[in-house]
Design a protein around this ligand. Structure first.
Ligand code: GDP
Length: 529
Protein backbone atom coordinates (compact mmCIF):
# COMPACT_ATOMS: atom_id res chain seq x y z
CA UNK A 1 0.00 0.00 0.00
CA UNK A 2 2.96 2.25 0.62
CA UNK A 3 3.01 3.80 -2.82
CA UNK A 4 -0.68 3.93 -3.50
CA UNK A 5 -2.05 7.15 -4.98
CA UNK A 6 -3.67 7.91 -1.61
CA UNK A 7 -0.38 7.38 0.22
CA UNK A 8 1.36 9.83 -2.11
CA UNK A 9 -1.27 12.46 -1.37
CA UNK A 10 -1.07 11.76 2.36
CA UNK A 11 2.73 12.16 2.33
CA UNK A 12 2.35 15.61 0.78
CA UNK A 13 -0.20 17.00 3.24
CA UNK A 14 0.60 19.10 6.31
CA UNK A 15 -2.40 20.39 8.26
CA UNK A 16 -1.77 22.90 11.03
CA UNK A 17 -3.24 25.81 12.99
CA UNK A 18 -1.71 28.80 14.77
CA UNK A 19 -1.98 29.25 18.49
CA UNK A 20 -1.17 32.61 20.02
CA UNK A 21 -2.36 35.37 22.29
CA UNK A 22 -4.21 38.26 20.60
CA UNK A 23 -1.78 40.74 18.99
CA UNK A 24 1.19 38.37 19.05
CA UNK A 25 1.14 38.44 15.24
CA UNK A 26 -0.98 35.53 14.04
CA UNK A 27 -2.65 37.52 11.25
CA UNK A 28 0.63 39.02 10.10
CA UNK A 29 2.38 35.68 10.02
CA UNK A 30 -0.57 34.15 8.15
CA UNK A 31 -0.17 36.82 5.49
CA UNK A 32 3.53 36.10 5.11
CA UNK A 33 2.95 32.35 5.05
CA UNK A 34 0.44 32.85 2.24
CA UNK A 35 2.91 35.11 0.47
CA UNK A 36 5.41 32.28 0.51
CA UNK A 37 2.69 29.93 -0.62
CA UNK A 38 2.21 32.41 -3.47
CA UNK A 39 -1.42 32.41 -2.61
CA UNK A 40 -1.52 36.16 -2.52
CA UNK A 41 0.48 38.30 -4.89
CA UNK A 42 1.30 40.73 -2.19
CA UNK A 43 0.83 40.10 1.49
CA UNK A 44 -1.44 42.31 3.48
CA UNK A 45 -5.05 41.44 2.89
CA UNK A 46 -6.01 38.73 5.33
CA UNK A 47 -7.70 41.00 7.84
CA UNK A 48 -7.77 44.18 5.73
CA UNK A 49 -10.96 45.87 6.76
CA UNK A 50 -13.17 46.78 3.83
CA UNK A 51 -10.76 45.41 1.26
CA UNK A 52 -12.11 43.28 -1.57
CA UNK A 53 -10.36 40.22 -0.18
CA UNK A 54 -12.14 40.52 3.09
CA UNK A 55 -15.56 41.01 1.54
CA UNK A 56 -15.44 37.46 0.21
CA UNK A 57 -15.56 36.02 3.67
CA UNK A 58 -18.24 38.36 4.94
CA UNK A 59 -20.75 35.68 5.64
CA UNK A 60 -22.59 37.45 8.38
CA UNK A 61 -23.68 41.02 8.81
CA UNK A 62 -21.96 41.06 12.14
CA UNK A 63 -18.64 40.31 10.56
CA UNK A 64 -18.96 43.37 8.39
CA UNK A 65 -19.92 45.62 11.25
CA UNK A 66 -17.03 44.56 13.39
CA UNK A 67 -14.51 44.09 10.62
CA UNK A 68 -13.55 40.70 11.90
CA UNK A 69 -14.07 37.21 10.77
CA UNK A 70 -16.54 35.46 13.06
CA UNK A 71 -15.49 32.00 12.16
CA UNK A 72 -12.58 29.84 11.25
CA UNK A 73 -11.53 29.63 7.66
CA UNK A 74 -9.15 27.30 5.93
CA UNK A 75 -6.30 28.12 3.57
CA UNK A 76 -4.52 25.63 1.37
CA UNK A 77 -1.25 26.40 -0.39
CA UNK A 78 1.80 24.61 -1.79
CA UNK A 79 5.20 24.97 -0.12
CA UNK A 80 8.41 22.95 -0.58
CA UNK A 81 6.62 20.19 -2.51
CA UNK A 82 4.09 19.90 0.26
CA UNK A 83 0.47 20.89 0.27
CA UNK A 84 -0.18 22.85 3.43
CA UNK A 85 -3.60 23.33 5.04
CA UNK A 86 -3.65 26.21 7.50
CA UNK A 87 -6.76 26.28 9.65
CA UNK A 88 -7.43 29.75 11.01
CA UNK A 89 -8.18 30.00 14.71
CA UNK A 90 -10.36 32.98 15.71
CA UNK A 91 -8.48 34.89 18.34
CA UNK A 92 -9.84 38.29 19.38
CA UNK A 93 -13.49 38.97 20.23
CA UNK A 94 -14.30 36.16 17.83
CA UNK A 95 -12.56 33.64 20.07
CA UNK A 96 -14.95 30.73 20.53
CA UNK A 97 -15.25 27.04 21.13
CA UNK A 98 -14.54 26.66 17.41
CA UNK A 99 -11.04 27.87 18.14
CA UNK A 100 -10.53 25.01 20.54
CA UNK A 101 -12.18 22.42 18.33
CA UNK A 102 -10.15 23.45 15.30
CA UNK A 103 -7.10 22.32 17.26
CA UNK A 104 -8.54 18.80 17.34
CA UNK A 105 -8.65 18.73 13.51
CA UNK A 106 -4.96 19.46 12.83
CA UNK A 107 -1.80 17.36 12.94
CA UNK A 108 0.50 20.11 14.25
CA UNK A 109 0.45 23.68 15.54
CA UNK A 110 2.53 26.77 15.14
CA UNK A 111 2.84 28.70 18.41
CA UNK A 112 3.52 32.39 17.84
CA UNK A 113 4.89 34.29 20.83
CA UNK A 114 5.42 38.02 21.14
CA UNK A 115 9.06 37.97 22.19
CA UNK A 116 8.67 41.20 24.13
CA UNK A 117 5.99 39.59 26.27
CA UNK A 118 6.63 35.86 26.43
CA UNK A 119 4.04 33.19 27.18
CA UNK A 120 0.61 34.81 27.59
CA UNK A 121 -2.72 33.67 28.91
CA UNK A 122 -4.54 32.63 25.73
CA UNK A 123 -1.53 30.66 24.57
CA UNK A 124 -1.56 28.71 27.82
CA UNK A 125 -5.23 27.84 27.32
CA UNK A 126 -4.76 26.75 23.73
CA UNK A 127 -1.73 24.68 24.64
CA UNK A 128 -3.90 22.82 27.14
CA UNK A 129 -6.10 21.76 24.23
CA UNK A 130 -3.18 20.59 22.10
CA UNK A 131 -2.14 18.46 25.07
CA UNK A 132 -5.27 16.36 24.69
CA UNK A 133 -3.68 14.82 21.61
CA UNK A 134 0.01 15.60 22.23
CA UNK A 135 0.06 17.66 19.06
CA UNK A 136 3.56 18.58 17.83
CA UNK A 137 4.31 22.29 18.27
CA UNK A 138 6.62 24.54 16.24
CA UNK A 139 7.46 27.85 17.95
CA UNK A 140 8.03 31.26 16.37
CA UNK A 141 9.36 34.06 18.57
CA UNK A 142 7.99 37.17 16.87
CA UNK A 143 8.70 40.91 16.82
CA UNK A 144 12.49 40.75 16.93
CA UNK A 145 12.47 44.21 15.33
CA UNK A 146 11.34 45.43 18.74
CA UNK A 147 13.17 45.30 22.03
CA UNK A 148 12.53 41.81 23.24
CA UNK A 149 13.20 39.88 26.41
CA UNK A 150 16.35 37.84 26.86
CA UNK A 151 15.96 34.94 24.37
CA UNK A 152 17.34 32.45 26.89
CA UNK A 153 14.72 33.57 29.40
CA UNK A 154 11.99 33.14 26.76
CA UNK A 155 13.03 29.54 26.19
CA UNK A 156 13.04 28.92 29.94
CA UNK A 157 9.56 30.33 30.19
CA UNK A 158 8.22 28.06 27.45
CA UNK A 159 9.89 25.08 29.09
CA UNK A 160 8.61 25.83 32.57
CA UNK A 161 5.15 27.18 31.83
CA UNK A 162 4.19 24.96 28.93
CA UNK A 163 6.12 21.94 30.07
CA UNK A 164 7.82 21.30 26.77
CA UNK A 165 11.51 21.25 25.94
CA UNK A 166 12.86 23.88 23.55
CA UNK A 167 15.33 23.23 20.74
CA UNK A 168 16.41 26.54 19.18
CA UNK A 169 16.87 26.14 15.41
CA UNK A 170 17.85 29.75 14.86
CA UNK A 171 19.33 32.30 17.24
CA UNK A 172 18.79 36.07 17.07
CA UNK A 173 21.56 38.61 16.61
CA UNK A 174 20.50 41.72 18.47
CA UNK A 175 16.96 43.02 18.52
CA UNK A 176 14.97 46.21 18.02
CA UNK A 177 16.93 48.78 16.02
CA UNK A 178 19.97 46.58 16.40
CA UNK A 179 18.32 43.47 14.97
CA UNK A 180 20.79 42.06 12.45
CA UNK A 181 19.36 38.68 11.61
CA UNK A 182 19.59 35.12 12.87
CA UNK A 183 22.19 32.42 12.93
CA UNK A 184 20.61 29.19 11.65
CA UNK A 185 22.06 26.50 13.88
CA UNK A 186 21.25 23.58 11.58
CA UNK A 187 22.54 25.26 8.44
CA UNK A 188 25.53 26.85 10.16
CA UNK A 189 24.88 30.15 8.46
CA UNK A 190 23.82 33.63 9.38
CA UNK A 191 20.90 35.12 7.50
CA UNK A 192 21.01 38.89 7.54
CA UNK A 193 17.95 41.01 8.16
CA UNK A 194 17.05 43.87 5.91
CA UNK A 195 14.42 46.40 6.95
CA UNK A 196 11.61 47.58 4.73
CA UNK A 197 11.20 44.26 2.93
CA UNK A 198 8.13 43.02 4.74
CA UNK A 199 5.91 42.79 1.69
CA UNK A 200 8.19 40.81 -0.56
CA UNK A 201 10.08 37.58 -0.59
CA UNK A 202 13.56 38.85 0.11
CA UNK A 203 16.78 38.06 -1.62
CA UNK A 204 18.78 36.50 1.15
CA UNK A 205 22.15 37.72 2.28
CA UNK A 206 23.90 34.96 4.16
CA UNK A 207 27.26 34.37 5.80
CA UNK A 208 28.41 30.78 6.07
CA UNK A 209 30.00 29.58 9.31
CA UNK A 210 30.24 31.10 12.76
CA UNK A 211 33.94 31.93 12.66
CA UNK A 212 33.79 33.59 9.29
CA UNK A 213 35.27 37.13 9.57
CA UNK A 214 32.58 38.28 7.15
CA UNK A 215 30.17 37.85 10.03
CA UNK A 216 32.03 40.52 12.00
CA UNK A 217 31.84 42.84 9.03
CA UNK A 218 28.15 42.18 8.51
CA UNK A 219 26.82 42.54 12.05
CA UNK A 220 29.67 44.36 13.78
CA UNK A 221 32.39 42.90 15.98
CA UNK A 222 30.50 43.39 19.19
CA UNK A 223 27.33 41.57 18.15
CA UNK A 224 29.35 38.86 16.42
CA UNK A 225 31.29 38.23 19.62
CA UNK A 226 28.09 38.25 21.63
CA UNK A 227 26.51 35.74 19.24
CA UNK A 228 29.47 33.38 19.58
CA UNK A 229 29.35 33.62 23.37
CA UNK A 230 25.61 33.15 23.55
CA UNK A 231 25.65 30.19 21.21
CA UNK A 232 28.24 28.42 23.26
CA UNK A 233 25.98 28.83 26.24
CA UNK A 234 22.76 28.00 24.40
CA UNK A 235 24.09 24.90 22.70
CA UNK A 236 25.39 23.68 26.02
CA UNK A 237 22.26 24.41 28.01
CA UNK A 238 19.39 23.74 25.62
CA UNK A 239 18.21 20.64 23.80
CA UNK A 240 19.10 19.45 20.36
CA UNK A 241 16.23 18.98 17.98
CA UNK A 242 14.88 15.44 18.21
CA UNK A 243 12.25 14.45 15.67
CA UNK A 244 10.73 11.70 17.80
CA UNK A 245 10.31 13.98 20.80
CA UNK A 246 8.84 16.68 18.59
CA UNK A 247 6.31 14.23 17.18
CA UNK A 248 5.35 13.22 20.73
CA UNK A 249 4.70 16.86 21.63
CA UNK A 250 7.56 16.84 24.14
CA UNK A 251 9.93 19.19 22.38
CA UNK A 252 9.42 22.25 20.23
CA UNK A 253 11.80 23.63 17.61
CA UNK A 254 12.11 27.41 18.14
CA UNK A 255 12.61 30.01 15.42
CA UNK A 256 13.21 33.73 15.84
CA UNK A 257 12.14 36.51 13.49
CA UNK A 258 9.71 39.25 12.68
CA UNK A 259 6.48 38.55 10.89
CA UNK A 260 6.03 42.21 10.05
CA UNK A 261 9.49 42.34 8.50
CA UNK A 262 8.83 38.96 6.85
CA UNK A 263 12.04 37.64 8.32
CA UNK A 264 12.43 34.13 9.67
CA UNK A 265 8.97 33.05 8.58
CA UNK A 266 10.53 31.02 5.77
CA UNK A 267 12.87 29.22 8.21
CA UNK A 268 9.88 28.29 10.29
CA UNK A 269 7.96 27.07 7.22
CA UNK A 270 10.94 25.00 6.11
CA UNK A 271 11.04 23.34 9.52
CA UNK A 272 7.29 22.86 9.70
CA UNK A 273 6.95 21.30 6.24
CA UNK A 274 9.92 19.05 6.83
CA UNK A 275 9.20 17.86 10.37
CA UNK A 276 5.51 18.22 11.06
CA UNK A 277 3.62 14.98 10.63
CA UNK A 278 1.55 14.03 7.59
CA UNK A 279 -2.11 13.26 8.34
CA UNK A 280 -2.12 11.05 11.41
CA UNK A 281 -4.15 8.00 12.35
CA UNK A 282 -7.36 8.83 14.22
CA UNK A 283 -9.17 7.05 17.00
CA UNK A 284 -12.78 5.94 16.59
CA UNK A 285 -15.11 4.02 18.86
CA UNK A 286 -14.44 0.91 16.76
CA UNK A 287 -10.83 0.98 15.59
CA UNK A 288 -8.01 3.28 14.55
CA UNK A 289 -8.37 4.75 11.06
CA UNK A 290 -5.14 5.22 9.11
CA UNK A 291 -4.90 7.98 6.49
CA UNK A 292 -3.83 5.77 3.57
CA UNK A 293 -6.86 3.50 3.75
CA UNK A 294 -8.64 3.35 0.40
CA UNK A 295 -12.08 4.03 1.85
CA UNK A 296 -13.14 7.56 2.67
CA UNK A 297 -13.73 8.72 6.25
CA UNK A 298 -13.98 12.14 7.87
CA UNK A 299 -15.45 14.03 10.82
CA UNK A 300 -17.12 17.40 11.29
CA UNK A 301 -15.39 19.83 13.66
CA UNK A 302 -17.22 23.05 12.91
CA UNK A 303 -20.52 24.31 11.57
CA UNK A 304 -20.72 27.67 9.89
CA UNK A 305 -24.19 29.11 9.57
CA UNK A 306 -25.58 31.81 7.34
CA UNK A 307 -22.99 31.65 4.62
CA UNK A 308 -25.81 32.88 2.48
CA UNK A 309 -28.60 34.31 4.65
CA UNK A 310 -31.10 33.99 1.80
CA UNK A 311 -30.78 30.24 1.75
CA UNK A 312 -30.29 29.67 5.45
CA UNK A 313 -27.75 27.08 4.58
CA UNK A 314 -24.98 25.85 6.77
CA UNK A 315 -21.58 24.57 5.96
CA UNK A 316 -20.16 21.70 7.92
CA UNK A 317 -16.37 21.73 7.95
CA UNK A 318 -15.12 18.19 7.63
CA UNK A 319 -11.59 16.97 8.14
CA UNK A 320 -10.85 14.06 5.82
CA UNK A 321 -9.16 11.25 7.76
CA UNK A 322 -8.71 8.56 5.11
CA UNK A 323 -9.37 7.78 1.47
CA UNK A 324 -10.40 10.20 -1.18
CA UNK A 325 -13.31 12.54 -1.69
CA UNK A 326 -14.40 12.90 -5.28
CA UNK A 327 -17.21 14.99 -6.57
CA UNK A 328 -20.58 13.25 -6.62
CA UNK A 329 -19.51 10.39 -4.37
CA UNK A 330 -21.84 8.72 -1.91
CA UNK A 331 -21.09 8.96 1.78
CA UNK A 332 -22.72 7.39 4.79
CA UNK A 333 -23.76 9.93 7.43
CA UNK A 334 -23.19 7.50 10.29
CA UNK A 335 -25.35 9.16 12.96
CA UNK A 336 -28.47 9.20 10.78
CA UNK A 337 -27.55 6.02 8.91
CA UNK A 338 -28.37 7.74 5.64
CA UNK A 339 -26.34 7.66 2.44
CA UNK A 340 -25.92 11.07 0.89
CA UNK A 341 -24.55 12.06 -2.48
CA UNK A 342 -22.11 14.96 -2.22
CA UNK A 343 -21.69 16.94 -5.39
CA UNK A 344 -21.01 20.43 -4.16
CA UNK A 345 -18.42 20.19 -1.39
CA UNK A 346 -16.33 23.29 -0.94
CA UNK A 347 -12.53 23.46 -0.75
CA UNK A 348 -10.46 26.30 0.53
CA UNK A 349 -7.65 27.32 -1.74
CA UNK A 350 -6.01 30.32 -0.12
CA UNK A 351 -9.11 31.56 1.62
CA UNK A 352 -11.21 31.42 -1.52
CA UNK A 353 -14.10 29.04 -1.56
CA UNK A 354 -14.27 26.85 -4.60
CA UNK A 355 -15.85 23.57 -5.53
CA UNK A 356 -13.78 20.50 -4.90
CA UNK A 357 -13.28 17.83 -7.52
CA UNK A 358 -11.21 15.75 -5.16
CA UNK A 359 -9.72 16.03 -1.70
CA UNK A 360 -7.49 13.84 0.44
CA UNK A 361 -6.64 13.10 4.08
CA UNK A 362 -5.63 16.24 5.94
CA UNK A 363 -7.80 18.40 3.66
CA UNK A 364 -10.89 20.19 4.86
CA UNK A 365 -14.04 20.19 2.79
CA UNK A 366 -17.27 22.05 3.43
CA UNK A 367 -20.62 20.30 3.17
CA UNK A 368 -23.78 22.31 2.53
CA UNK A 369 -26.69 21.32 4.73
CA UNK A 370 -29.78 22.67 6.45
CA UNK A 371 -29.04 21.63 9.98
CA UNK A 372 -28.87 17.87 9.47
CA UNK A 373 -25.15 17.72 10.18
CA UNK A 374 -23.79 18.24 13.69
CA UNK A 375 -20.37 18.75 15.19
CA UNK A 376 -18.65 15.44 15.79
CA UNK A 377 -20.55 13.65 13.00
CA UNK A 378 -18.64 10.95 11.14
CA UNK A 379 -18.91 10.21 7.43
CA UNK A 380 -17.73 6.93 5.86
CA UNK A 381 -18.29 4.79 2.81
CA UNK A 382 -20.61 2.51 4.73
CA UNK A 383 -18.57 1.42 7.73
CA UNK A 384 -20.21 2.11 11.07
CA UNK A 385 -17.73 3.92 13.29
CA UNK A 386 -17.47 7.24 15.07
CA UNK A 387 -14.41 9.42 15.42
CA UNK A 388 -13.64 10.41 18.99
CA UNK A 389 -11.71 13.35 20.38
CA UNK A 390 -13.87 16.19 19.02
CA UNK A 391 -15.21 17.42 22.35
CA UNK A 392 -17.27 20.25 23.70
CA UNK A 393 -15.26 22.50 25.96
CA UNK A 394 -16.56 23.93 29.21
CA UNK A 395 -17.68 27.54 28.67
CA UNK A 396 -15.92 30.33 30.50
CA UNK A 397 -18.58 33.03 30.29
CA UNK A 398 -22.25 32.79 31.24
CA UNK A 399 -25.40 34.86 30.93
CA UNK A 400 -29.02 34.29 31.73
CA UNK A 401 -31.15 34.65 28.63
CA UNK A 402 -34.70 35.95 28.80
CA UNK A 403 -37.47 36.60 26.30
CA UNK A 404 -39.12 39.91 25.66
CA UNK A 405 -42.25 37.95 24.78
CA UNK A 406 -42.70 35.18 27.36
CA UNK A 407 -45.10 33.23 25.12
CA UNK A 408 -42.28 32.15 22.90
CA UNK A 409 -40.41 30.11 25.48
CA UNK A 410 -40.63 26.93 23.38
CA UNK A 411 -39.23 28.64 20.30
CA UNK A 412 -36.42 30.06 22.39
CA UNK A 413 -35.46 26.69 23.77
CA UNK A 414 -35.58 25.09 20.34
CA UNK A 415 -33.42 27.84 18.88
CA UNK A 416 -30.90 27.60 21.68
CA UNK A 417 -30.64 23.82 21.47
CA UNK A 418 -30.11 24.00 17.71
CA UNK A 419 -27.54 26.75 18.01
CA UNK A 420 -25.74 24.78 20.68
CA UNK A 421 -25.64 21.80 18.32
CA UNK A 422 -23.66 23.99 15.96
CA UNK A 423 -21.20 24.31 18.79
CA UNK A 424 -20.66 28.03 19.15
CA UNK A 425 -22.46 28.27 22.50
CA UNK A 426 -23.94 25.94 25.04
CA UNK A 427 -27.24 26.15 26.81
CA UNK A 428 -27.92 25.02 30.36
CA UNK A 429 -31.22 24.49 32.13
CA UNK A 430 -30.83 24.47 35.92
CA UNK A 431 -32.68 21.59 37.59
CA UNK A 432 -34.34 23.80 40.18
CA UNK A 433 -35.36 26.90 38.23
CA UNK A 434 -36.85 27.88 34.89
CA UNK A 435 -33.79 29.90 33.95
CA UNK A 436 -31.96 29.42 30.70
CA UNK A 437 -28.23 29.99 30.84
CA UNK A 438 -26.06 30.51 27.79
CA UNK A 439 -22.37 29.67 28.11
CA UNK A 440 -19.59 30.53 25.68
CA UNK A 441 -15.81 30.66 25.62
CA UNK A 442 -15.76 33.95 23.68
CA UNK A 443 -17.88 37.01 24.29
CA UNK A 444 -18.94 37.69 20.69
CA UNK A 445 -20.94 34.47 20.61
CA UNK A 446 -23.55 36.02 22.91
CA UNK A 447 -24.35 38.67 20.30
CA UNK A 448 -24.35 36.10 17.51
CA UNK A 449 -26.92 34.04 19.40
CA UNK A 450 -29.31 36.94 19.95
CA UNK A 451 -28.99 38.05 16.33
CA UNK A 452 -29.65 34.57 15.02
CA UNK A 453 -32.53 33.90 17.41
CA UNK A 454 -34.16 36.97 15.98
CA UNK A 455 -33.54 36.28 12.30
CA UNK A 456 -33.97 32.51 12.24
CA UNK A 457 -36.36 31.77 15.11
CA UNK A 458 -38.22 35.08 15.31
CA UNK A 459 -37.67 35.48 19.02
CA UNK A 460 -36.33 38.56 20.73
CA UNK A 461 -34.14 37.70 23.66
CA UNK A 462 -32.08 39.71 26.08
CA UNK A 463 -29.34 38.82 28.52
CA UNK A 464 -29.02 39.33 32.22
CA UNK A 465 -25.84 38.93 34.17
CA UNK A 466 -25.51 35.80 36.27
CA UNK A 467 -22.78 34.87 38.68
CA UNK A 468 -21.41 31.70 37.22
CA UNK A 469 -17.66 31.17 36.95
CA UNK A 470 -17.44 27.87 35.17
CA UNK A 471 -19.22 24.62 34.34
CA UNK A 472 -18.18 20.96 34.47
CA UNK A 473 -19.87 17.89 33.09
CA UNK A 474 -20.34 15.42 35.89
CA UNK A 475 -20.40 11.65 35.93
CA UNK A 476 -20.45 9.01 38.62
CA UNK A 477 -20.48 5.26 38.14
CA UNK A 478 -22.00 4.58 41.54
CA UNK A 479 -25.72 5.32 41.14
CA UNK A 480 -26.27 5.75 44.88
CA UNK A 481 -23.47 8.26 45.24
CA UNK A 482 -24.73 10.12 42.19
CA UNK A 483 -28.20 10.36 43.76
CA UNK A 484 -26.75 11.72 46.95
CA UNK A 485 -24.62 14.19 45.02
CA UNK A 486 -27.65 15.33 43.03
CA UNK A 487 -29.65 15.85 46.22
CA UNK A 488 -26.96 17.76 48.04
CA UNK A 489 -25.94 20.14 45.26
CA UNK A 490 -29.12 20.30 43.20
CA UNK A 491 -29.05 24.09 43.17
CA UNK A 492 -25.79 23.88 41.24
CA UNK A 493 -26.92 21.30 38.71
CA UNK A 494 -28.24 21.82 35.20
CA UNK A 495 -28.82 19.92 31.98
CA UNK A 496 -27.01 21.01 28.84
CA UNK A 497 -28.49 21.07 25.31
CA UNK A 498 -27.95 17.32 25.03
CA UNK A 499 -29.46 16.62 28.50
CA UNK A 500 -26.08 15.92 30.08
CA UNK A 501 -25.75 16.63 33.78
CA UNK A 502 -23.61 19.69 34.45
CA UNK A 503 -22.27 21.32 37.58
CA UNK A 504 -22.63 25.10 37.42
CA UNK A 505 -20.12 26.72 39.77
CA UNK A 506 -20.62 30.28 41.02
CA UNK A 507 -16.89 30.54 41.80
CA UNK A 508 -13.74 28.52 41.23
CA UNK A 509 -13.46 28.09 44.98
CA UNK A 510 -16.90 26.53 45.01
CA UNK A 511 -15.92 24.17 42.21
CA UNK A 512 -12.75 23.09 43.96
CA UNK A 513 -14.65 22.44 47.16
CA UNK A 514 -17.19 20.32 45.31
CA UNK A 515 -14.43 18.31 43.66
CA UNK A 516 -12.87 17.74 47.07
CA UNK A 517 -16.13 16.86 48.76
CA UNK A 518 -17.32 14.37 46.13
CA UNK A 519 -14.28 12.32 45.17
CA UNK A 520 -16.39 9.67 43.43
CA UNK A 521 -17.84 12.19 41.01
CA UNK A 522 -15.82 13.05 37.91
CA UNK A 523 -15.89 16.71 36.89
CA UNK A 524 -14.99 17.07 33.20
CA UNK A 525 -13.80 20.14 31.35
CA UNK A 526 -14.58 18.55 28.00
CA UNK A 527 -17.40 16.37 26.81
CA UNK A 528 -17.38 14.08 23.80
CA UNK A 529 -20.17 14.49 21.30
P1 GDP B 1 -2.92 38.83 15.91
O1 GDP B 1 -3.85 39.50 16.82
O2 GDP B 1 -2.14 37.77 16.60
O3 GDP B 1 -3.51 38.37 14.63
O4 GDP B 1 -1.80 39.92 15.58
P2 GDP B 1 -1.57 40.83 14.31
O5 GDP B 1 -0.89 40.06 13.25
O6 GDP B 1 -2.83 41.54 13.95
O7 GDP B 1 -0.51 41.82 14.92
C1 GDP B 1 -0.80 42.68 16.00
C2 GDP B 1 0.00 43.95 15.85
O8 GDP B 1 1.39 43.62 15.95
C3 GDP B 1 -0.19 44.62 14.50
O9 GDP B 1 -0.16 46.00 14.68
C4 GDP B 1 1.01 44.15 13.71
O10 GDP B 1 1.39 45.07 12.71
C5 GDP B 1 2.07 44.05 14.78
N1 GDP B 1 3.12 43.09 14.45
C6 GDP B 1 2.98 41.81 14.02
N2 GDP B 1 4.18 41.25 13.82
C7 GDP B 1 5.11 42.18 14.14
C8 GDP B 1 6.54 42.21 14.12
O11 GDP B 1 7.23 41.26 13.76
N3 GDP B 1 7.11 43.37 14.54
C9 GDP B 1 6.39 44.47 14.94
N4 GDP B 1 7.06 45.56 15.32
N5 GDP B 1 5.05 44.46 14.95
C10 GDP B 1 4.41 43.35 14.55
Amino acid sequence: MSNSPIQQQVDKRRTFAIISHPDAGKTTITEKVLLFGQALQKAGTVKGRGSGQHAKSDWMEMEKERGISVTTSVMQFPFNNRLVNLLDTPGHEDFSEDTYRTLTAVDSCLMVIDAAKGVEDRTRKLMEVTRLRDTPIVTFMNKLDRDIRDPMELLDEVENELNMMCAPISWPIGCGKEFKGVYHIHRDETILYQTGQGHTIQELRTVKGLDNPELDDAVGEELAAQLRDELELVLGASNEFDLEMFLQGELTPVFFGTALGNFGVDHMLDGLTEWAPAPQPRATDAREVVANEEKFTGFVFKIQANMDPKHRDRIAFMRICSGKYSKGMKMRHVRSGKDVSISDAVTFMAGDRSHAEEAFPGDIIGLHNHGTIQIGDTFTQGEVLKFTGIPNFAPEMFRRIRLRDPLKQKQLLKGLVQLSEEGAVQVFRPLNTNDLIVGAVGVLQFDVVVARLKSEYKVEAIYEPISVATARWVECEDGKKLDEFQRKVSTNLALDGGDNLTYIAPTMVNLNLAIERYPDVTFRKTREH
